[in-house]
Design a protein around this ligand. Structure first.
Ligand SMILES: [Cu+2]
Length: 323
């Protein structure tokens, strides 16, 4: 009996020691979970206010004029804040390890020690982070590329070397009719007039090579393809009236850089009057003047394609350029 009780006692001691260790592990796991939840709460709090503005949008253009642009901006800011939170956590761990486990003698530390909760954490945590980022990216992307059956305005964007034509359509798809059109020339920048507060559908097609329709303030660009591919995207609203420069964002040839246009966002009433004037036979400039708008582009000017003494200096140009 004595012998048995003496056998039992060490086991009990071991058990209580292991249960204490288990308790410590539990508390540590609890602290880590608490840290995770606080991080998530902080993230929600920070993304709720405009952290981006304080940090220059973390490199992302600010001042988007569509709800879709704002959603993409918010996703970017939230991703940056999350990346910084993870970054600071990891840097903290690194510095803590450097100090806590610095060399204290010539004895080699145990080389086979492992920490299961830590290994579990750094395997699962990245998977969780990537999953969350993927989920929100997929949600925002689906929202941004979503099209509807009944947009308020449908405009066909026709790109060609090296300018733009914008056709206001009476319906959707290739079978719809053009009711009014704006055509750019070497002398006149094409102005795409659109209303604020209405949903706009852009249907893109190219006459020759691949171009790309880009208005920086929409924080969005989409390639314009030749042939039967008709790229379509929509914005649910243009929120701020004004003039915005538009560009071709796909290197399409010698005068690619000259393919500028202007997006002019006007009130819905003025847009209706502009369209009526165009449909009545007025030129784009006359129609713009009739609604009190500047008749010519204000954000960009036509490029000078001819070389003159003022824009070309043969003495300094490399051999073989120009004639
Ligand atoms: Cu182009």
């Amino acid at each position: 009996m004595v012998a048995r009780s003496s056998e039992v006692r060490p086991t009990a001691v071991r058990r209580s020691a292991s249960s204490r260790a288990g308790g410590r592990r539990g508390r540590r796991a609890g602290r880590l979970a608490g840290l995770g939840f606080s991080g998530a709460a902080l993230l929600v709090l920070l993304t709720g206010c405009d952290v981006g503005a304080a940090f220059g949008g973390f490199g992302w253009p600010q001042g988007g004029i569509t709800p879709e642009a704002r959603r993409m901006y918010d996703l970017w800011i939230a991703s940056c804040v999350a990346a910084l939170a993870v970054g600071f956590f990891v840097w903290g761990l690194i510095f803590w390890c450097v100090v806590r486990y610095r060399k204290r003698g010539n004895e080699l530390p145990v080389q086979t020690r492992y920490n299961l909760p830590m290994e579990f954490l750094y395997t699962i945590a990245p998977v969780l982070i990537v999953s969350v980022l993927f989920y929100y990216t997929a949600v925002v992307q689906t929202d941004v590329v979503k099209t509807t059956n009944n947009p308020d305005v449908t405009v066909e964007v026709v790109a060609f070397k090296w300018n733009w034509q914008f056709n206001y359509r009476d319906g959707q798809g290739v079978d719809a009719e053009t009711t009014a059109s704006v055509l750019g020339t070497s002398e006149v920048i094409p102005i795409l007039v659109l209303p604020s507060g209405r949903s706009i559908r852009f249907e893109e097609t190219s006459r020759d090579v691949i171009h790309s329709f880009w208005v920086p303030e929409m924080l969005f660009k989409r390639d314009v393809m030749p042939g039967s591919i008709r790229n379509v995207f929509e914005v649910s609203s243009l929120e701020t009236e004004g003039a915005y420069v538009g560009r071709c964002a796909e290197l399409c040839g010698s005068y690619h850089a000259f393919m500028n246009f202007e997006l002019r966002v006007v009130s819905p009433e003025n847009f209706d009057r502009f369209l009526a004037a165009k449909q009545g036979g007025a030129s784009t400039q006359e129609a713009l003047t009739s609604i009190g708008e500047e008749p010519y582009a204000t954000t960009t000017t036509p490029f000078e394609t001819r070389r003159t003494d003022s824009n070309f200096n043969p003495d300094t140009a490399p051999a073989g350029t120009g004639s």
